[in-house]
Design a protein. Structure first.
Length: 197
């Protein structure tokens, strides 16, 4: 990461840490990114929380290829937890659901607001994010208010703007009833995701 300058302030995460989550078949390597306070008033409200499922072949945690999430974290004003693949691909769906529930349960410890929770992903991670949102809607927890489904070529700046706007109205309140994160993958000219109804 380069040093900030007067013309180009550092918008990367303030800090990052590795996190080990328990999966059905063993440890799930994960990483947490905390945002810089881009807007001073943002310090008064805990940031939102994004659970991110990368495409395992291209953007696993600690692979050095997490540039998209690093560029998204501070401009979106969210704590991002990147959930890596567990040791058994056949357990990926269950691991994703369990990891998201744990992250939501521990949002306060992570310095985030569980009521402004989103899930997202790219590549194969889109499937996991969608599955997690559907399961959360069926079970009533966690309160997922948005899905951020990234397509090839989407920019971190565009994703950050969509996510910031989607979570802005959820400060201190739970997601509304109905299907959580009902947004779908965007079509041509569509947005990166949609707010839950």
């Amino acid at each position: 990461m380069t040093s900030p300058t007067a013309d180009a302030p550092d918008t990367g995460p303030l800090r990052a840490a590795d996190l080990q989550l328990r999966g059905a078949a063993g440890a799930i390597r994960s990483r947490v990114y905390w945002p810089r306070a881009i807007v001073p008033a943002a310090a008064l409200v805990p940031p939102g929380l994004l659970v991110w499922f990368p495409d395992p072949g291209t953007d696993a945690p600690a692979s050095g290829r997490d540039a998209f999430v690093r560029a998204l974290c501070s401009p979106a004003g969210v704590v991002v937890v990147v959930v890596g693949p567990g040791p058994r691909p056949d357990q990926a769906a269950g691991d994703a659901v369990e990891a998201t529930a744990w992250i939501a349960d521990h949002a306060r410890e992570l310095g985030a607001d569980a009521h402004r929770l989103a899930v997202g992903g790219e590549g194969a991670g889109v499937v996991l994010a969608t599955l997690v949102a559907r399961r959360a809607a069926e079970e009533g927890w966690p309160p997922i208010g948005h899905r951020l489904l990234v397509r090839p070529g989407d920019s971190p700046a565009a994703a950050a703007a969509v996510l910031r706007a989607a979570l802005a109205g959820r400060v201190g309140r739970a997601a509304p009833g109905g299907p959580a994160g009902a947004g779908g993958a965007a079509g041509a000219g569509g947005s990166l995701g949609e707010v839950a109804p």
